[in-house]
Write a protein that binds this ligand. Structure first.
Ligand SMILES: [Zn+2]
Length: 285
């Protein structure tokens, strides 16, 4: 939903930073020996991500309790430890972790900034893709709720892939595909829904619809809107009580078109729906 700039750090810069805090010389040597493999598969990831196809990279699936070899004599657990210990907990790897996290500017890209990113999420889960455990382009800042919603579900088709904040087409970030309608209950509320443009391909439309459903965007946006709506009703009853319904509608539209909100921001969509709803802006409050 929100675009993030692609991390500038390359796969090898990240891999070597994490290796720097490995003290076991034998392990370090063995990890060094597979760096060509890591670089090669990372390049494949980036090439596939650019065309929206990372789902086509085969996942590692193995019986519980096994610790398979990924390349040469390096096991899955050793790559996961390179992330969990040498990137999350130790410098200099942690420095890169923080740079990627801070780049989200406190707004989670998956839910359109409702949540604050607390950690990095592996876009392709590390349990099934240990070779990408420390690949910067696979690490996305993510809030706790999105991390829970996303879980470790594997995309099995192009449609199933969450919108990738680093790689996906601009249309997902610049065009509007989330809308709302007003429920004139008391108190009134907003119902958000996803309606991608009909000009988009079926796959693109399905990806937007699935992203909206999988991250529970509708319910989460409505909760945000509820507080704002009650403050707005107070404003209409007080400071804005003397303006006409048409002026009130224009005021709502002006908030919606504020440049500070991205295309699918809950607040932009909320004010857009209210500005267009005759029953709302004409309602005696
Ligand atoms: Zn989120």
């Amino acid at each position: 939903m929100r675009r993030l700039n692609l991390p500038e750090c390359t796969s090898m810069q990240s891999y070597n930073l994490c290796l720097a805090s490995v003290l076991d010389l034998n392990l370090k040597e063995r990890l060094n020996r597979v760096s060509g493999f890591i670089e090669e598969v990372s390049e494949m990831y980036i090439n596939q991500a650019r065309v929206g196809n990372v789902y086509s990279i085969p996942p590692l699936i193995h019986p519980r309790g096994e610790d398979p070899i990924i390349n040469a004599d390096i096991r899955k657990s050793e790559l996961l430890k390179l992330y969990g210990y040498h990137m999350v907990d130790r410098h200099p790897g942690r420095g890169l972790y923080d740079v990627i996290l801070v780049a989200a500017k406190e707004q989670c890209p998956f839910c359109g900034g409702i949540g604050r990113p607390k950690s990095l999420d592996h876009y392709l889960p590390k349990a099934n893709y240990p070779q990408y455990a420390v690949l910067p382009q696979n690490l996305v800042p993510c809030c706790r709720d999105c991390n829970t919603e996303k879980s470790n579900a594997l995309a099995v088709a192009e449609d199933d892939q969450a919108i990738h904040p680093y790689f996906d087409d601009d249309k997902f970030f610049l065009e509007q595909w989330v809308f709302a309608r007003v429920n004139l209950t008391r108190p009134c509320s907003l119902v958000y829904f996803s309606a991608p443009p009909i000009e988009w391909s079926d796959v693109e439309r399905n990806r937007a619809l699935n992203h909206f459903r999988d991250f529970n965007i509708g319910a989460r946006y409505s909760v945000q809107a509820a507080d704002e709506l009650s403050a707005l009703v107070d404003l209409r009853r007080g400071y804005l009580s003397n303006i006409s319904p048409e002026e009130f509608s224009r005021y709502l539209a002006s908030v919606s078109s504020s440049a500070s909100y991205f295309s699918n921001h809950w607040k932009k969509i909320m004010y857009q729906a209210l500005a267009q709803d005759r029953d709302f802006y004409n309602a005696p409050l």
